[in-house]
Design a protein around this ligand. Structure first.
Ligand SMILES: Cc1ncc(COP(=O)(O)O)c(C=O)c1O
Length: 433
């Protein structure tokens, strides 16, 4: 188990019975009490990740803000906890905005993203008094301006730019390159056109720029490259209108044994040093810095427990073990070929017995959680734990094949509390007229 320590919450231990325990709670007991699949979050790990971000940035940028990218996981329990820890929040849709408001985030500390915000969502954000909108297209700038003017309000905006940096990560989660559906490219004049459109608008105030170069990044060089291009653009075109710079999120986490992501502190140093050096080079005053981490706040804190239902040998080919969830609660393996580790929560210290293919219960051959899972001799009834499923797991969940979405439990100091109940079959048909 210990070789997997970096993918589990720091509180993970093995009990004398050989059970995996997190936050002082035996995971075998949690599965019995709450059923499976079960998503378990360690509250201590969530709080410590939030504090490390706040402290790392407070040291560099006392007037800055750490925004939690709520798309990573937006249950009320996590939003309330991160609000308590003093984070602001970014939302990427009307639904995430609703969740953030409901969790008590002051509208001033809500930042609204989205590459295709519709009139309904723009009305919602204006009526809620959302502090800052990150604008993503000329169509949106026009609509936001018209709707803000109709309401007689002024709206602060950041212009989302794609600096033309292509970081090394999966193409679906790489967002800063020129050919992207997000933002305005610095190259070719789109970003300048957006800045001019905001300046010409009646009801919009240009606050600065936003960029997010990609996700699950281990190599920090992309931030320096992005800061350099942003600084040149700022010096040439923005002058006094670059009060705030949002450098996005993107810090990677360990999903598998060998993964060694930079620390939160190293990431904060790299982002801040990049901006400081590049801003000094072009002679601009330092802007207020925002960052938007998602995965690196909630990823490691969460894990998923599945019950093994079937073990099947395909002679001469491989062994399959099928669990009671799959692509409906954890889409990332199928969506981006993302890799995870697995261990048996009920026999955490048993030696691996070779590779098997860990699959879900859905009617799709591609419903594979782990291509080559290194597990002990696995039998029906065993409890499989997939660590590091806390980000982009339940927030991407579906009901494919009529599988109810899992329950979510928070654990802390030996106590477990249900924060999101399991969906029922009745929930599955509740919207059907
Ligand atoms: C605009 C924006 N900000 C922040 C994030 C969060 O990124 P991460 O979870 O990698 O920190 C994303 C992720 O897609 C994003 O698109």
């Amino acid at each position: 188990m210990m070789s997997l320590a970096q993918v589990l919450p720091q509180s993970a231990t093995t009990t004398p019975e050989g059970h995996l325990s997190v936050g002082g709670c035996d995971l075998v007991d949690l599965a019995t009490e709450f059923g499976t699949p079960l998503v378990v979050y360690d509250e201590g790990e969530l709080r410590s990740a939030a504090r490390r971000y706040r402290e790392a940035f407070a040291a560099h940028a006392p007037d800055g803000e750490v925004l939690y990218a709520s798309k990573a996981f937006y249950a009320q329990a996590v939003l309330r906890l991160l609000r308590e820890e003093g984070l602001s929040v970014d939302v990427a849709s009307g639904g995430e905005l609703y969740a953030a408001l409901r969790a008590g985030f002051p509208p001033e500390h809500i930042y609204m993203h989205g590459n295709a915000k519709d009139a309904g969502e723009i009305g919602e954000l204006l009526d809620a008094g959302v502090g800052t909108v990150i604008v993503d297209s000329l169509d949106e700038i026009g609509l936001l301006d018209r709707m803000a003017a109709e309401r007689g309000v002024r709206q602060r905006v950041l212009v989302r730019v794609t600096p033309g940096v292509k970081p090394s990560t999966h193409s679906y989660i790489s967002t800063g390159q020129l050919d992207s559906k997000f933002g305005f490219s610095l190259e070719g004049g789109a970003a300048l056109a957006a800045v001019e459109a905001v300046r010409a608008a009646r009801a919009l105030d240009l606050e600065g720029l936003h960029c997010h170069i990609g996700s699950q990044l281990f190599d920090l060089a992309g931030y320096r490259a992005a800061a350099s291009l942003l600084a040149d653009f700022g010096a040439r075109h923005l002058d006094g209108d670059l009060r705030t710079l949002d450098m996005g999120g993107g810090l990677g986490i360990a999903y598998t044994r060998g993964d060694e992501p930079p620390s939160v502190e190293a990431w904060a140093d790299a982002v801040m040093e990049s901006v400081r050096t590049e801003w000094a080079r072009v002679g601009l005053p330092m802007p207020r810095i925002l960052v938007e981490p998602g995965r690196s706040i909630v990823g490691r804190a969460g894990l998923t427990l599945y019950r093994v239902g079937v073990v099947k040998d395909v002679p001469g080919v491989r062994r399959y073990a099928a669990v009671d969830g799959g692509m409906s609660d954890l889409l990332r393996p199928m969506l981006y070929g993302a890799t995870y580790e697995a261990l048996l929560a009920n026999r955490a210290d048993a030696e691996p017995a070779g590779a098997l293919r860990l699959v879900g219960k859905h009617c799709e051959s591609g419903d594979v959680l782990i291509q080559e899972a290194q597990l002990p001799d696995t039998r029906p009834g065993d409890l499989v734990c997939l660590p590091a499923t806390g980000a982009y797991g339940v927030s991407m969940a579906s009901n494919y094949n009529g599988v109810p979405r899992p329950a979510i439990v928070f654990v802390d100091s030996g106590r477990a509390r249900l924060v999101t109940r399991r969906e029922t079959y009745a929930d599955l048909v509740a919207r059907d007229l």
